[in-house]
Design a protein around this ligand. Structure first.
Ligand SMILES: NC(=O)c1ccc[n+]([C@@H]2O[C@H](COP(=O)([O-])OP(=O)(O)OC[C@H]3O[C@@H](n4cnc5c(N)ncnc54)[C@H](OP(=O)(O)O)[C@@H]3O)[C@@H](O)[C@H]2O)c1
Ligand SMILES: *[C@@H]1O[C@H](CO)[C@@H](O)[C@H](O)[C@H]1NC(C)=O
Length: 287
């Protein structure tokens, strides 16, 4: 009976997917002139998001630590059609930089329509060895700064009926070995912004939160980490970036990209022992 229920649930799930996977309504026009702040935009998915916003004619503030790289990305954004593209170098492990970046964007753009929180600090791909110092640092970069920036930008987003976009991961929904610190920060994000989303709705807020559940994306940093260890297919950063922007503009609550992240989220608790066996066997690890 228990098994039958699970099989039925799986079938219903598959049927619902067909309905779910009709493209969301997305009107590129609403991004023309939109005031956007993208974090972690010097490389990877953040950089690609900056270029998409540029093509849509948005006004963009980008941030990351490396000023020289930001300069090049901002120049490219202008050449691609951005109405405005400025940058601010900042380190999200600092107490004050998250607020400073939001203040800079509000000052440069006169308000915000989109806050896209995307940056991550680098973290090892290896077994947990007790480095709680790194864990604390990463929580600050990947989680605390998100909470800080979101709260700081909220009054402006309320005024503009804006959107808050949080880039998370399938590792914010389920676990896998070798990424204890990273996974902790993503679970924290999903928890925090899940609560904030409820509270904004209960307060009849003008702001919507879009949480993005991404699978493996082909950015340099991700490819470098998994190169000898995992054989999961990687999806293109440019397409991931576009899907994130479309979901934010359409005010969707959640984005799943690529498609398999949705299925994994739905079925992950059906057969926990099998799930864990498959995950552990997918790595070539011997003690
Ligand atoms: N790639 C994947 O497979 C994958 C899968 C699931 C979810 N995601 C999520 O997608 C988002 C983007 O990932 P990605 O692969 O594009 O990352 P990435 O290529 O490693 O880029 C990270 C960005 O964050 C910036 N950054 C690093 N440390 C920082 C710090 N201390 N303060 C401020 N900025 C800092 C980096 O620039 P600087 O070095 O110049 O500071 C860079 O712009 C992340 O939220 C990630 O968790 C990615
Ligand atoms: C929503 O936006 C309107 C302006 O369009 C503003 O008057 C109202 O105060 C905003 N709501 C909240 C909760 O801030």
């Amino acid at each position: 009976m228990k098994t039958l229920t699970k099989v039925l649930l799986t079938s219903v799930t598959v049927a619902l997917l067909a309905v779910k996977w009709n493209a969301p309504t997305f009107n590129a026009e609403i991004l023309r002139g939109a005031r956007v702040l993208v974090t972690g935009a010097s490389t990877g998915i953040g950089e690609q998001m900056a270029y998409h916003f540029a093509k849509f004619g948005s006004q963009i503030v980008i941030t990351a630590r490396r000023e020289q790289v930001l300069h090049q990305v901002a120049e490219k954004c202008l050449s691609m059609g951005a109405q405005k593209a400025v940058y601010i170098a900042a380190d999200m492990s600092s107490d004050s930089d998250p607020d400073r970046v939001v203040d800079f964007a509000l000052d440069q753009l006169g308000g915000l329509d989109y806050l896209v929180l995307n940056h991550i600090g680098s973290s090892p791909f290896s077994m947990w060895e007790g480095d709680t110092q790194h864990l604390g640092w990463l929580m600050k970069v990947n989680f605390l700064s998100y909470a800080q920036m979101a709260w700081k930008a909220l009054p402006s987003l309320e005024q503009s009926k804006g959107s808050l976009v949080v880039v998370s991961s399938i590792l914010g929904k389920m676990t896998s070995p070798f990424v204890a610190a990273y996974t902790s920060t993503k679970f924290a994000l999903n928890g925090f912004f899940g609560v904030l989303s409820h509270e904004l709705a209960m307060k009849s807020s003008n702001v919507t939160i879009t949480t993005c559940t991404l699978g493996l994306i082909d950015t340099d940093s991700a490819m470098e980490k998994v190169k000898d260890i995992s054989h999961v297919p990687a999806y293109p950063a440019s397409e991931a970036a576009l899907k994130i922007i479309m979901a934010g503009a359409a005010r969707e609550r959640e984005l799943f990209y690529p498609w398999y992240t949705y299925i994994m989220t739905l079925i992950k608790d059906f057969f926990p022992a099998t799930r864990d066996y498959i995950i552990q066997k997918s790595y070539n690890y011997s003690p």
